[in-house]
Design a protein around this ligand. Structure first.
Ligand code: 6CS
Ligand code: FE
Length: 313
């Protein structure tokens, strides 16, 4: 295995676990690139590594998205696609990737100014979608997502150069204490945790069901949590959590009867486009990490405008 000495964020090498200080800003260009968040909101994002905005989308908008997701989960053509991931221990639907290209409505959501301008402001540039997905966590059988930093995976497996990407998670059902809400470790985005264990080939085939490489060791995790605690992102449908690509996060399984369904859009700066994956790994498919479809997105006033817009490809 070859390692590059110049990469501070080496991970999954034979070097073992390590905690490395973040080199990049969290809010780029002092948040002057676009106007979306207040100074207070930007400060909270910079210090916690995430920000929840409640009721950003209306009940009507949430309903159209839920109808769309219900339609997609019943569509054989979508269920048979490689973008569709089932739970590790059942045939229940876990995720649908490339959601913004499989559905015109979700394509509009990716461009909705309420999300896009926040991403442009924080990342200090134009942005494109690196990854999008619907995460279903059905009542009784939705399984957990173990602790991880998305950037750790995107850096190693996708060749994402720097921490200049963010995720937004739009809650389509209430996320409460019992149905497996997203949990984040405040302040964790300032530390890169180098993980142990070499990445097996085609890792994504198993990791999207249950991740076993690229997960932090218990001691590093304990340290992060001793410093920052854990915050559960509980809120009503229509709320959005924005979180930094290096924020440590995970979620428990859903043994409650209440489904949890969230849509994730990952925005990456056009100045942070993907290079080659590390250690000679093969690039992951386009639906997990965009390389070809990386043009800057133009904003829409509201995503519902685009309902008759682009078509499924
Ligand atoms: O491998 C990935 O890109 C994905 N895996 C996880 C657990 N979260 C982010 C991303 O969807
Ligand atoms: Fe994640």
């Amino acid at each position: 295995m070859t390692t590059t000495m110049s990469d501070l964020y080496d991970s999954r090498t034979d070097r073992g676990a390590a905690i490395i200080a973040r080199q990049e800003p969290v809010v780029y260009g002092d948040g002057a690139y676009a106007k979306a968040l207040s100074e207070r909101q930007l400060d909270a994002y910079a210090s916690d590594g995430f920000l929840m905005i409640e009721n950003l989308f209306s009940p009507g908008e949430v309903q159209s998205l839920l109808d769309e997701i219900r339609r997609m989960s019943g569509d054989r053509a979508i269920l048979d696609r490689e973008e569709t991931i089932t739970e590790p221990h059942s045939d229940a639907l876990r995720s649908v990737f490339r959601a913004h290209e499989l559905s015109p409505l979700l394509n509009g959501l990716a461009r909705d100014q309420r999300l896009l301008h926040v991403a442009r402001q924080i990342l200090g540039s134009e942005v494109y979608i690196h990854q999008s997905r619907i995460n279903m966590k059905p009542g009784f059988k939705g399984e957990e997502f173990y602790w991880h930093s998305d950037f750790e995976t995107w850096h190693v497996e996708d060749g994402m150069p720097a921490m200049r990407a963010l995720s937004c998670s739009l809650l389509l059902t209430e996320n409460n204490a019992c149905n497996g809400p997203l949990m984040l470790v405040p302040g964790s985005h300032r530390h890169f945790i180098a993980c142990q264990g070499e990445t097996p080939p085609d890792h994504y085939r198993s990791s999207l069901k249950k991740q076993e490489y690229g997960v932090p060791d218990p001691i590093s995790l304990q340290l992060l949590v001793e410093q920052g605690g854990i915050r559960a992102m509980t809120a009503g449908a229509g709320s959005v959590v924005f979180f930094d690509c290096n924020a440590m996060h995970g979620s428990n399984g859903n043994i409650s009867p209440w489904p949890r369904a969230n849509v994730f859009m990952v925005y990456n700066s056009v100045e942070n486009r993907l290079g080659l994956p590390k250690y000679g790994l093969a690039p992951r498919p386009e639906h997990i990490a965009a390389r070809r479809n990386d043009a800057a997105l133009a904003a829409l006033d509201a995503f519902t405008m685009s309902r008759a817009g682009s078509s499924v490809s």
